[in-house]
Design a protein around this ligand. Structure first.
Ligand code: COA
Length: 415
């Protein structure tokens, strides 16, 4: 049995953040009914299209395992249908700009009055405060949540990361809020409101940087490479390039083929516990005992030289060979894997983390499957729905409309 079988979700989400949340819940077996504007649908259906007139990968990769209904709750008949859907669903999820659901005529108080057991979950850019009315996209959240100010190199401008920590990260936070509220409802019988602001989600992911902000008051951050280079710290947590966040010096170093392959690099950590193994591996056995190299503190001002020596060794080897040699010696390292390499990696296909999905219009494409594996509740990946593919089916089986009612709603532009 799928873990969330029997849970019905009224999915008012669009773009990326909300859809990642409801897609996760759908993978766990929830019946996710995606409401889309008649004739238009989720804007991502048409964004970054690779094939003309076919739902984009942007849309298909974020809306698996859902059913699509076109419905305009701003029309009279649409509002009635929407009310019935609120009655019949366990959870409602939305990530419109602040106030949009209220303007549709369905503020939280009304939703709660219609169905006191419903869990109403929202993503906003910001929580209550000076920016609460702002519209927010991924990089805005990364910049306002502390990620950009702490990412990049000390001598460069702030940098946003390729991981969608604002959108998909907040979707993940919201999914946890929803299942927590569902668990609470099991005990209390009551629904509740779940809110997650993208800025808050990013701040949660940047926890160690707030830790470092406070440590700065008590002296320099010795594990940041700028300390060893004698560069003074300012007032805020600085950008640390590729320095390891775990308190052990780390760096990205070149491997064989770097001249032509932009991903021929490996992340290498000079973990203190295996310093002896590292010295043997890179051909510097004398560094094990040499004053100035034998202890982590003594090495701080030589980090650049040490990584240059490590790099001279890694440049003679393929990045996978570096990993093969380091792993048995417990030296932490990670080859820089490209999206191409990940797409072709057989073990990721085997676990269902990368899946091939068939689509009647676009043919087979790759997607990311459920990264969370439950031993008793398998999850499969089914293609995303066409716009309004399930409108009639859901209006009959969930809302209880007749063919005549459906025709009238269609005539009125409600669906
Ligand atoms: N039928 C009729 N109207 C519909 C509808 C439907 N089924 N679904 C949505 N709409 C309308 C809404 O009522 C709203 O209209 P209104 O502003 O006149 O009240 C409008 O469509 C949606 O508005 P909005 O959310 O402002 O869309 P946008 O494209 O202008 O902004 C975002 C997009 C993402 C910036 C904004 O939704 C937002 O800030 N969301 C919260 C943060 C977030 O999730 N950001 C990450 C996105 S990946």
């Amino acid at each position: 049995m799928k873990a969330l079988e029997g849970v019905r979700i009224l999915d008012m989400t669009h773009v990326q953040s909300g859809p990642t949340c409801t897609q996760l819940l759908a993978w766990f077996g929830a019946d996710v009914i995606k409401i889309e504007r008649p004739g238009v649908g989720d804007i991502t259906r048409g964004q970054l299209r690779d094939i003309p007139d076919v739902d984009s990968l942007y849309f298909t990769m974020l809306n698996h395992n859902k059913r699509s209904v076109t419905l305009n709750p701003k029309t009279e008949q649409g509002a009635k249908i929407f009310t019935k859907l609120i009655e019949e669903c366990d959870v409602m999820v939305e990530n419109f700009a602040p106030g949009a659901i209220d303007r549709m005529g369905f503020p939280w108080e009304k939703i709660q009055a219609i169905n006191p057991r419903i869990i109403y979950a929202s993503i906003n850019g910001f929580g209550p405060g000076p920016y609460e009315d702002c519209k927010v996209y991924e990089n805005v959240a990364q910049c306002t949540g502390g990620a950009a100010s702490t990412t990049g190199f000390l001598d460069g401008s702030p940098v946003v990361t390729g991981a969608q920590i604002g959108d998909s990260g907040t979707g993940l936070h919201l999914a946890l809020g929803i299942v927590t509220a569902l668990y609470h409802r099991e005990q209390s019988g009551k629904g509740q409101r779940v809110e997650c602001a993208m800025q808050d989600g990013i701040i949660n992911l940047c926890r160690v940087k707030l830790r470092d902000q406070q440590r700065l008051a008590h002296g320099p951050l010795k594990e940041y490479s700028q300390y060893g280079q004698g560069i003074p710290f300012g007032e805020a947590t600085p950008r640390a390039g590729n320095d390891s966040g775990g308190g052990q010096p780390g760096s990205i170093v070149k491997c064989k083929g770097w001249e032509t392959d932009p991903n021929a690099y490996v992340y290498f950590i000079t973990q203190a516990a295996v310093w002896g193994n590292i010295c043997d591996l890179i051909g510097k056995p004398d560094w094990k005992e040499a004053p100035g190299y034998a202890t982590p503190d003594a090495r701080i001002d030589k980090i650049k030289e040490i990584f240059a020596t490590i790099e001279a060794w890694t440049m003679t080897l393929d990045k996978f060979e570096v990993m093969r040699r380091c792993n048995p010696l417990n030296i932490p390292c990670g080859p820089i894997l490209s999206m191409k390499e990940l797409a072709e990696e057989p073990s990721l296909r085997h676990t269902g983390t990368i899946v091939e999905v068939d689509h009647p219009e676009r043919g087979a494409y790759l997607s990311v499957g459920n990264p969370i594996k439950l031993s008793e509740s398998p999850s499969d990946v089914a293609r995303s729905p066409f716009l309004g593919e399930h409108t009639d089916e859901i209006l009959k089986s969930v809302v209880g409309l007749s063919d005549k009612d459906i025709a009238a709603a269609r005539e009125a532009g409600a669906i």
